[in-house]
Design a protein. Sequence first.
Length: 432
Amino acid sequence: MTKTTGMSTTRRQLLKLTSAAAIVSAAKMAFPSGAFAAGAGPEVKGVKLGYIALTDAAPLIIAKEKGLFEKFGLPEVEVLKQASWGATRDNLVLGGASNGIDGAHILTPMPYLISAGKVTQNNVPVPMSILARLNLDSQGISVSKEYAQTGVQLDASKLRDVFAAKKAAGGEVKVAMTFPGGTHDLWLRYWLAAGGIDPDKDVSTIVVPPPQMVANMKVGNMDAFCVGEPWNEQLVNQGIGFTACTTGELWKGHPEKALGLRSDWIEQNPIAAKALLMAVMEAQMWADDMNNKEEMSAILGKRQWFNVPPKDVAGRLKGTINYGNDRVVENSGLEMKFWKDHASYPFKSHDAWFLTENVRWGKFAPDTDIKALVDKVNREDIWREAAKDLGVAAADIPESASRGSETFFDGKVFDPENPQAYLDSLAIKASA
């Protein structure tokens, strides 16, 4: 049950409120004063949030489109398109009060990299917090059609000899990701290394903003890339390349984007932070309903959001994967999850894996206190408070902040209690 002042609405009823007018109308009935609970409402009326044109930004976009921010007393929330993850970082460093942004749909490792000053100008730390995970799964590793004859799929080793031959002939093998140390960088590196390809020595890794991936592969600027949807599906729809694998095949149910906010904004606006989170959580529930996928694809495809044909969004959103290499899998179970399987909960053990991989590739020092850094940035405590106020069912609230050990497609096991053992098991690591 979703608890409100003087009124209760079941989750099923909420998910049926598919038009913006219906949700706003219901919100005004449930929250006539705009507050989400008895007593003081949010300290501010809005917040500036950034997003990249990726399907996993849907919770922020749906919350905006469906009036959910307004429902929870935040009628002036701005959801602002960012040109790249680098621009997202720069605007977070500025902050909303200085014409930047206060929070964002963000690659999960980025709040850690920003908080530690690893990716900021002059290495100045800017404390960040993660309030929720926005989604699980549904990123892709795609390859230029010139490599179709290799038959490469989950096993990247099929590219090892052809990449080596291209380099021997004086060519350069370029693989693209979206931000150094970000999720796409780590998925791509894991996949290549598992196939015996050193991402630091055997290829050149380049940074390309997600919406520019397809255009760059079309003109031959790269051999492979890792990015979120809808860009892998658009690549296939345009016949430019194919998807070797989805990231859910590397690690099914893996964490992906997060809702990140400047820590000082949360400290100054704790009620507003929880209100924001509650709106996003309700949007995640709506986004996870299969009956809403077509409408969601149409919303995301709008000019002001992604500016793409809805068909580029819809297929993989429903779990149908056209890999573009004569493979089409329906009901794959690899669709993007926004709420089910505890998709929204920011597990600390998940964050520990991202930090461990960034130790592996040299973004963090080997002696980094991973647990201490996770405890500082990950605010799963706020998520639990918001879930309680929202009336989230007990089954949807994890008992622990750890998922325990995780096993990857190549048999490697990550134990968050012993990250060093995981690192010791990996054959390819950062170049000296």
